[in-house]
Design a protein around this ligand. Structure first.
Ligand code: F6R
Length: 601
């Protein structure tokens, strides 16, 4: 989703901003722009489309500076076009602004203060920059005007503002949307994601909601709403810049699929003590173990990981667990138990839908745990506890290694809570996760075979179905999501037994149906479902597991513990999705309309 970068120092800001925006491309966007300020004033370059298009326009112009802001926009208010792209400028062009998030009261503010001003864009952002100029025209200095306007905004925002009468300041504020200040030697940067400015600095300061930050070349001053200066330590962003490169792979998604065995090993290492036992912060275990019911809140792929997590928590730890789609839960909260604990699962830790639930459950006084890949992310900062995925940066929009990492961490949490409840460990989890690691390795080594399977089943189709029963049903949902989001094949996941209650009407000659068959207790029934669709002309692709396989199965995964099969079978479906998109010549890492970090509700 939208991304912000900014630089104030002594080097060429144009190049640094463009490079920073390139690093944010993975978040998803449909237009981009930069603004540079020097002694002559401020110049804006913006383009619909890719950063490469923006680069052409910016490079064709000699205007340069050592101060600037940049933005990638994922359209919400107004179509992706030149006018709606950021940065936006005030009527006189004195002020220039980039904004992430949604200003909910922009129409009211416009009606009250600026009904006579001609707006150039359809965005909710333009009101902010026009309003700052409005108050500056009434005599306020820029910092006071900025602070006043920020206090009037409702909704979510991360803001970076330039004043062309002052080429030594970027004004910054945030609420709900992520924004960091990167500090350097005689320069400072702003970024919605540390990755963007990692080549420049790995030292960052967090800013809190409603704070105002005055960023100059040699200082960063953070103030609260009342103008009191806040002390803030810097922290080092523990990201290896090389992790954010494609390396030998053609796409980040392929790289991230291949990284899954290494991620499993890292998780095993991070959650194990020197005696080889599972380990976890005692406060987390106590809070989870004290809950009478667990509510898992997540979106998309993370929601699918939550569905698998529920199986461990209920079966191993014996705690009733509900899994909810965040965007629904916030408007339709079910009757809660007396002592609930909320688990927020989010790769990015920034998903606005999940954060909206966290805000509500905090108000109700309920304990919360975030499971995320991004330390210091909003959901991590705001929850009582955090468990990290240790998956390394996930750049491809389609989530792969985060899904398997989320499931692995949930399995460890469940086992530790089970022990805390005095239950016997049902499995030697570390040993089983080691087996999973080897099994995933075998599948990624088999990529060519999965590419052939993709050719046979997916290359000539407009739609596909994934079916499974019990835990395989959860994987079928994820398999279908992965396929549709990057190949644009209309794909749906169904419980094997549910198909005949309506959806089977869609099966015609050649319709691909991928069936997951990794569970012994439903092996015969899922195979019955496969026969039902095959009898109606479906092209059936059966992914089964060693020990349960039958003659004619399309792909057989190595044997692992029955509840851990999603960690392995999903990898076959990830590769099928990858090759389906590749064979259609699509942008695998940046599928249309999607954003990596969904920071609007
Ligand atoms: C799909 C995908 C999305 C995300 C969802 C939640 O591949 O990546 O469905 O899972 O947008 O994002 P996070 O996990 O960052 O909260």
């Amino acid at each position: 989703m939208c991304g912000i970068v900014g630089y104030i120092g002594h080097d060429n800001a144009k190049e640094l901003l463009l490079k920073g925006l390139e690093k944010l491309e993975y978040r998803g966007y449909d237009s981009a722009g930069i603004a540079l300020t020097n002694d002559e004033g401020t110049e804006v370059f913006k383009e619909k489309g890719r950063i490469a298009d923006l680069r052409k326009v910016a490079d064709d112009n000699d205007f340069d500076g050592t101060l600037g802001i940049g933005h990638t926009r994922w359209a919400t208010h107004g179509v992706p076009n030149h006018e709606n792209s950021h940065p936006h400028q005030s009527a006189s062009k004195r002020y220039t602004l980039v904004h992430n998030g949604v200003i909910e009261n922009y129409e009211e503010l416009r009606a009250e203060y600026l009904s006579d001003v001609n707006f150039l864009s359809e965005t909710d952002t333009e009101i902010v920059v026009q309003l700052i100029e409005h108050f500056a025209n009434e005599g306020l200095d820029t910092e006071t005007a900025f602070t006043k306007v920020v206090s009037m905004l409702e909704g979510s925002y991360a803001l970076g503002l330039l004043d062309d009468q002052d080429n030594d300041t970027i004004y910054v504020a945030k609420n709900k949307s992520p924004l960091l200040i990167g500090v350097g030697d005689d320069f400072n940067v702003i970024a919605s994601d540390a990755l963007a400015m990692l080549p420049v600095t790995n030292e960052y300061k967090e800013i809190h909601d409603h704070e105002i930050v005055i960023v100059k070349r040699d200082s960063v001053v953070i103030k609260d709403q009342d103008g009191n200066v806040q002390d803030r330590e810097t922290y080092t962003a523990e990201i290896d810049a090389a992790d954010a490169e494609k390396g030998v792979y053609d796409h980040y998604m392929l790289k991230e699929i291949h990284e899954q065995p290494a991620v499993m090993r890292r998780i095993i290492q991070e959650y194990q003590d020197c005696e080889g036992n599972l380990k976890m912060d005692k406060d987390i275990v106590d809070d989870v173990a004290a809950a009478d019911r667990i509510y898992i809140i997540a979106a998309g792929t993370s929601y699918h990981a939550g569905l698998v997590g529920k199986e461990f928590i209920e079966k191993w730890a014996g705690v009733p667990t509900e899994v909810h789609v965040a965007s629904e839960f916030v408007y339709n909260m079910p009757l809660l138990s007396e002592n609930p604990l909320f688990i927020y699962i989010s790769q990015s830790g920034e998903t606005a839908d999940s954060r909206a639930v966290l805000v509500e459950t905090k108000k109700l006084g309920h304990k919360s745990l975030t499971i995320t890949n991004v330390p210091g992310s909003t959901l991590s900062r705001e929850a009582d506890h955090t468990l990290l995925l240790h998956a390394g940066p996930e750049i491809a929009v389609a989530s792969t290694k985060a899904y398997t990492a989320q499931i692995a961490v949930l399995s460890i949490l469940s086992q530790i809570v089970a022990l805390e409840h005095g239950r016997e460990a049902e499995v030697d989890l570390l040993r089983e996760l080691a087996k999973v690691t080897t099994a995933i390795e075998a599948i990624v080594d088999d990529a060519e075979k999965l590419e052939d399977i993709t050719k046979e089943f997916m290359d000539d189709t407009r739609n596909a179905f994934f079916i499974g029963r019990t835990i395989d049903y959860n994987v079928s949902l994820e398999g279908a999501l992965k396929l549709k989001e990057i190949s644009y094949i209309q794909a749906e996941g169904f419980a094997g037994g549910e198909l005949k209650h309506g959806t089977i009407a869609l099966i015609e000659e050649g319709t691909p149906v991928v069936a997951l068959a990794t569970q012994e207790n439903v092996n015969n029934s899922i195979r019955g479902n496969v026969k039902e669709v095959a009898a109606r002309g479906a092209n059936t692709c059966v992914i089964s597991m060693e020990g349960l396989e039958k003659e004619g199965d399309t792909y057989v995964i190595p044997q692992v513990h029955e509840l851990l099969t999603p960690l392995v079978s999903v990898v076959a479906t990830q590769l099928i999705a990858y090759y389906a998109a590749l064979h259609r010549d699509l942008d695998v890492d940046k599928p249309r309309n999607l954003a990596k970090s969904v920071t609007v509700e």
